[in-house]
Ligand binder design. Structure first.
Ligand code: KIV
Ligand code: ZN
Length: 512
């Protein structure tokens, strides 16, 4: 079967940045753009240059550094917007301008106060003007899904004639439903005589939670470019999520036939994490594909099934979207089988009687604690529920930080009779402390997870920090509590290192 490409147009840096509360600096946009290039997107919409000098600068910077994908800038159907887009994109290897103008009756009447013929003329003039500056021009009839079908077809035909290379059909307010939206695309394919001269694109918002479904239905009806965002960010309820569209196309080839994209799915998780970190918008844990729970199996029956054959309850291999490691979470619903399999993976093979006793202790702990990590299991098996031998104890630490300096930490630890200390800087006060501890001990840990929770209420609330650290191939967790969250974090890190020492000792390994 001949492969048919669906182009992925990522608008995380433009529509995604319109997410309430999200805003990105030029440097942050560039970082995300590099990752999008690695992910394999075909087009990056880097911003809307006319809106601010900062956005113009961001598009310019992305255009200068990112070579593989097409770099696109948004513009209203106004000459000065197109000029600014040109200014921002003139150094791009493959520039595109994306011109938009609303066509629906609601927008014509209340927002633009223009008649159909005025809209048609403005769209054609803008596309003609844009084509003088850009070889690649995309046109969007904004609110297309609420536009009268015959007028929409008329606009699409006219802008293609004027030189548009891509025509994007937005469901601007996320109002459409899949059957209807697919019908709009099919209708345009059937009625617009020059439709084959441009790529049909779609851009679906998620107000009814249908952004991805509408995009997929459009693809089934002939759209060959999909506009989407990482983590489904975007105006109001967001845009169709890139990761969900990609994995649906990939997992359901029986439905989508030979449709393919250039996306490297193993980069999805990393991209999602980066976008979440830089925008400050967290990903909901149960988010499809990249949510923290997307590959976690809580019920005992499910865990048992996954261990017997992954496909029983897991349709996607976590590694295929870039998840690290095994995500089975042990909790109070976990069965004996999952418990024993996990112990085997940790290197313990217990006699039946020993296993019974350990399982009773595991269940008691699971009643108190929601998630049980490998280290808790190690503790259970070793019969040391509370006590981890303290090879290292924290004597004191100091950290200075501010908005115009690199945080600087110094830490002193006791190891047996010796005192060890170090000083180092880091990306934040907590990172500086962790790096200082690594330096004092001669280790290199990678922070995989870090959480701080208040365990009591009020101003003097006790903060409990938990860290998950990877020391080469060994992952350990550590916990610490204090009314000072930095101290709680330092104690958690030292606790993790003590657990690492214990683990190494048990396994007869040398080292820290
Ligand atoms: O949602 C929308 O209609 C848009 C256009 C600019 C394409 O974002
Ligand atoms: Zn939009």
């Amino acid at each position: 079967m001949k492969e048919d490409k669906v182009l992925i147009f990522d608008t995380t840096l433009r529509d995604g940045e319109q997410t309430p509360g999200a805003s990105l600096t030029v440097n942050e946009k560039l970082k995300i753009a590099f990752q999008l290039e690695k992910l394999g997107v075909d087009i990056i919409e880097a911003g809307f240059p006319r809106t601010s000098p900062g956005d113009l600068e961001a598009v310019k910077t992305v255009a200068k550094h990112i070579k593989k994908p097409v770099i696109c800038g948004l513009a209203r159907a106004i000459r000065k917007d197109i000029d600014d887009a040109y200014e921002a994109l003139k150094k791009a290897r493959r520039p595109r301008v994306h011109v938009f103008l609303a066509t629906s009756r609601i927008h014509r009447m209340y927002k633009l106060r223009k008649a159909k013929d005025e809209i048609l003329k403005a769209a054609v003039d803008a596309v003609k003007y844009a084509r003088k500056k850009f070889p690649d021009v995309e046109f969007s009839p904004e609110d297309a899904s609420r536009t009268e079908p015959d007028f929409l077809a008329m606009v699409v035909e006219a802008v293609i004639k004027a030189g548009a290379t891509t025509v994007n059909i937005p469901d601007t307010v996320g109002y459409s439903v899949p059957r209807e939206f697919g019908g709009i695309i099919r209708g345009l394919k059937e009625t617009v005589p020059n439709i084959d001269k441009a790529v049909i694109s779609v851009h679906c918002h998620n107000d009814l939670g249908l952004g991805v479904s509408n995009s997929l239905e459009a693809v089934l009806n002939g759209a060959r470019q999909v506009e989407c965002t990482i983590n489904g960010l975007g105006e109001r309820a967001g845009n169709a999520s890139l990761e969900e569209i990609i994995m649906a196309l990939q997992m359901r080839k029986d439905m989508f036939g030979a449709l393919a994209t250039n996306i490297r799915t193993r980069e999805l998780y990393k991209t999602s994490k980066l976008v979440s970190k830089l925008t400050g918008i967290p990903v909901q844990p149960n988010k499809a594909i990249i949510g923290e729970n997307a590959f976690s199996h809580e019920a005992g029956i499910h865990q048992d099934g996954v261990m017997k054959k992954r496909v029983t309850y897991e349709i996607i291999k976590p590694q295929d979207v870039g998840f690290e490691g095994n995500r089975i979470v042990l909790g109070k619903l976990s069965g004996r089988h999952a418990f024993s399999a996990r112990l085997k993976r940790l290197g313990y093979s217990l006699l039946d009687k020993e296993l019974d006793q350990a399982f009773v202790r595991f269940k008691a702990l699971a009643d108190k604690k929601r998630e049980i990590f490998d280290e808790d299991l190690t503790t259970i098996v070793e019969g040391e529920l509370a006590m981890i031998p303290e090879r290292y104890t924290l004597l004191n630490f100091q950290v200075t930080s501010g908005n115009r300096m690199s945080p600087l930490a110094s830490v002193e630890l006791q190891e047996g009779k010796k005192k060890i200390s170090a000083t180092a800087t880091g990306d934040g006060p907590v990172d500086a402390c962790f790096k200082t501890i690594d330096k004092a001990i001669g280790l290199k840990g990678r922070l995989v997870d870090y959480k701080v929770n208040a365990v009591t209420s009020g101003k003097d609330a006790l903060g409990e920090a938990s860290v998950k650290i990877a020391f080469k191939d060994v992952w350990v967790v550590g916990r610490g509590s204090s009314t000072d969250v930095i101290e709680a974090s330092v104690l958690a890190y030292v606790n993790a290192i003590n657990r690492l020492s214990l683990r190494r000792k048990k396994l007869g390994k040398k080292g820290k």
